[in-house]
Structure formats: C-alpha cells, structure tokens
Design a protein around this ligand. Sequence first.
Ligand code: ATP
Length: 568
Amino acid sequence: MEYSTLADRYEKLEAVASKLAKADIIGEFLKSIPSYELPKIVLLLQGRVYPSYSENELGIATQMMIKSISKASGFSAAKVEEIFKRTGDLGLTAEQCVKSKRQASLLKKKLTTDNVFENLQKLATIAGQGSQDKKFSLIAELIISAQPKEARYIVRTVLGELRIGAAEGIIRDAIVKAFLADEKSSKEEKEKATEAVENAWSLLNDYGEVAKIANEKGIKGLQKVGIQLGKPIQVMLGLAAEKIEDVVKEFGEIIAEYKYDGMRVVVEKKGNHFWLFTRRQEDVTKQFPDIVELAKKCLKADECIVEGEVLGIDTKTGYPLPFQAMSQRVHRKYDIDRLVKEIPVQVNLFDVMYVNGTPLFNEPLIERRKELARILKPIKGKFQLAKHIITGDVKKLEQFYGDAVEGKQEGLMLKVPNAPYVFGRHVGTMYKIKPVMENLDLVIIGAIWGEGGRTKWLTSYELACRDPNTGKFLSCGMMSTGLNEDEYELMTKELKKIIISENGKIVIVKPKIVLEVGYQEIQKSPNYESGFGLRFPRFVRVRDDKGPDEADTITRVKKLYSSQGKAG
Ligand code: ATP
C-alpha cells in the first residue's frame, strides 16, 4: 500500500473527535486491506512498528529530529526550531519544511507502508558506536522521500506521538466493525464479537495479529486463540477497598493474601525455557537469572504460567527492601551477576493460569491455588506461595492485616474464591487494602530548570492526573521535594528525551513518566487545570511499572478530596 493512502486516513482521523466516528473510519479502512497487510497497518495506525510488549523502542529525542528535518529540507536547524516554536508540533514542522522544498517532489519514488515500516523497525535496532549518526541519516532519508503530509506522520510516528487518537479500545471496536458485526447485528452479537477480540488481544498483545485472525477465521478463530508460551499476557488488576468489612459483607468467605510491595512477575515455562514478564508485558528474563534458576528448581510442571510478586530482600534484616530495589534490578543491563548478589529476591506466587496444555483461567481461584500448590516445590523465603488465609471472619482478617503491616508488607489483597482470571481488566473480585490510600500516581507534563547549583537539572515537576473521558492530562500541582541528587540527575536525563518545547526555564514534556506522589492535603485550586492542587507534594517513587494511561484519574482525585471531609 502507498504510504500516502495511510496518511490520508491519519488526517481523517485527526479531524474527527468522537470515538465512534474514529472506529467507523478505521473499520472501513481495515475492510479494504488484504489480510497479509493487516498486522503492519494496524500497528502503524497505533503509531507503532512493534507490538507494545516488544523491548524495541525508537528512542529519538526532539533535538535529533530537528537536526534530521534540517538535513532533509535544507533549512537551518535554527529555522526548523523557529517553525517548531510556532507550530508546537514537529510533524507539522516537517510538513511545512518539506512543502517549501516541493520542486524535487515529482522525481520522488512513492513511499509504501512497507518502506516506512521496515525503516522504522530498523531504527529501533540500531545500537552501539555511531548509532546516533545512523539513526539521524535514516530519518532524514525517510523525510527526503516523503510528500509533505507523509512527512507529518512519519515524524510523529518516530517521536511516538501520532495524535490521531486511535486508542486501543477504538482499534478493538474497529476490528469488530470491519470483520465480525455490522449495523444489522444485535447487541448480543456485538458483545460476543467484542469479547472474542478482547480475549485474543489479552493473549497475543498485538491488535495487528488479532485483526488478521478476525478477518480470516472470524469469532470462532479468535475464541480459539490459546495461551502462547513465550508471549506476555495482560494481567488481571484489582480495585481499592476502604475496609475489610465491606468486602466480607459482599462476598462472605474470602482468600486474603499479603500484598507485597515489589514487582509483579509472570513466569512462563516450556520445558527448559523460561520467560519472565512484568505487568506491562516487558520481558525481564535477562535481568533475573536468579528467578529463572529458582523456577527451574521449584516449578514441577513441564509447561506452566504462574504469577507472583518479586521483592528485594535486605539480607541483614530479612525485611523487604523498598520498591526502588526492584527498579534497579529491572533497569540494569550489565553487571547483572553483581546485582543478583547485592539485591537478592523473593518470589511470592499467587496464581496459575496454565498447566501442561490446560488453560486454567476459567477455573475458580480456589481451584487454581490448589493447582499452584500442587506444581510448586517451594524454597522457603525464596520461591514460595504468597502468605494467605481463607476465612469470612473479619477479626481474623484484621489480625492477618496487622501481621502483614508489621512484617513491613504493604497490606492485604482480598480475593473472591470462585472468581475466574480475567485478563487485562480491573475486576470486582480482587481488592487491595492499604493503610495509606492517599498516594497518587501522577504523570509529569512539564518541568522547570533548577537554580543556583542545580541549573543542570530539571528540579520542579508539573504533575497531572488523567481525564478518562478525553484521555487528556490535567495539571494538579508542582512538585520539587523528595528527590536526592542521583534521582534529579536520572529524572533530568529521562525528561530531556521527551521534551516537546522549551520556553526560558520552563519545559513541556510528553506525558510519559508516572510518579507516585505523597502530599498533605488536596485543595481546590483555580490555578490548575484539574481544579485541584496538592499541598506539600513529595516524591515517593517512579512508577515505571505503570504507563500514563494507568495514572490516577481526576475522579480519584475528587474522591480523595471529598474523603477529607470537604466535598463541594
Ligand atoms: P498499587 O499502586 O497499590 O501497587 P496497583 O495500582 O499497581 O496497586 P492494583 O491492581 O490496585 O494495582 O494492586 C495489585 C498489585 O499489587 C498487583 O499488580 C501486584 O503487583 C501487587 N501485589 C502484591 N501482592 C499481591 C497479591 N498477593 N496478589 C495480587 N497482587 C499483588
């Protein structure tokens, strides 16, 4: 397919706001695409060239893009930057620059989606010495070959900000519309089709593949998509509960487990092969050879998928290390053996979804837990079952909760014994209870360069919560306390990669980094877009296990505000 055909669709999508209209446009488009092209095109529609679980990232910073546009168009970098300041969008900047260089365009060979896709994939794999130069040339070449509108979308795709609003839910609905249900279908038929798409997606994690199966094999084909060992799954998520009593009142007897404050891990085993995935589907197998060793010794099934929480353990006290220890382990790409010794881990397993060819996710939790105990030969303190009790006695549960907090764990998870495992959703059958509920997970949307001895760092961060209806991020305060020098250094390095624009000391960044933030109080404030501001916000930790789409919402901020007794 010519890339210009796709660029036309991007433009159409950009011009409409409603989710329904977007799903209609994409649905119609998907129908016109031959099956073999669907995987690539669906990824491109999402502004990607690899599925979300892939480790490959394009990783291109604003400055490199300015240089590439400059090289491709012949405009000076200063001129490109000037246009960028005016448009606030490097895609539009590239479009304008290419338009002004129109003369040569008749001689250009037409770009295809394959050209763009393959070159962008290459971009993500260039590494080592001279990689920056190679990336720079590759982007410039693509822009040189592009028509103005194509340049807009190529640049935006490279930067990871396509801005056409093709969120995952919209792609899901578009696939349903294109291949599985039309206007004449009943509500039930549409729901069944949506469920089948979701089922396949939670196991494949790639709407491109899902679209192809939907087109070729319909609902039955999607329903048959099974567990694929070696591929990550979408994990089940819980809800927050205020009191143990409330959960017991609703469900009676429950399975209560320690809520460990570490990193969620899905361990997949196929014979002698092991894979470890995080809740965001990142493959962390290489970073945790110690967990692979333990899994080898302790998991008795030939094939299985189990799930648990990994903690770093303080060897002196035996207590869990702060969450940051896990972050360190996840991000370390070299000298891993040393870190294995410095930060030993403990895995606490709480679920199993698959054993020796049999999917278990539709079995009740209580049965899954029995199966987990059957296939596990635990090593105490290293690779074991999460501590749990099964009871409907509130007193016993309160006592157990006290034990958890005393043992320096985060709190409890309360789970309904007959609940199935539902991939990728927040479910009403699993609740967390924590003593401190107030911390918020917020996204950095801007920053300010420091003063005095700190001019080299971005030291204040503008925080935002999420509006689930519009997907927008609404500011709710500035935070500059709680970080040490190393953390400022690291944060500055990460923020520099995602700068959208700079004005004096003030920097606007792409909403990407999620922070857990503590504070004294939530106040109403007209100064912030959300209408709320945090009093004395302080940095707790980076939530690198969460994406911006998982940050706390304005609804939660309002709820917490009201729970302070000041609703209004
Ligand atoms: P939090 O911000 O409190 O960590 P969350 O927003 O990440 O919670 P929730 O679904 O609310 O996600 O809480 C579940 C998380 O708690 C899981 O993702 C997992 O990492 C962790 N966890 C720790 N112990 C358990 C357990 N026994 N069962 C399930 N999840 C557990």
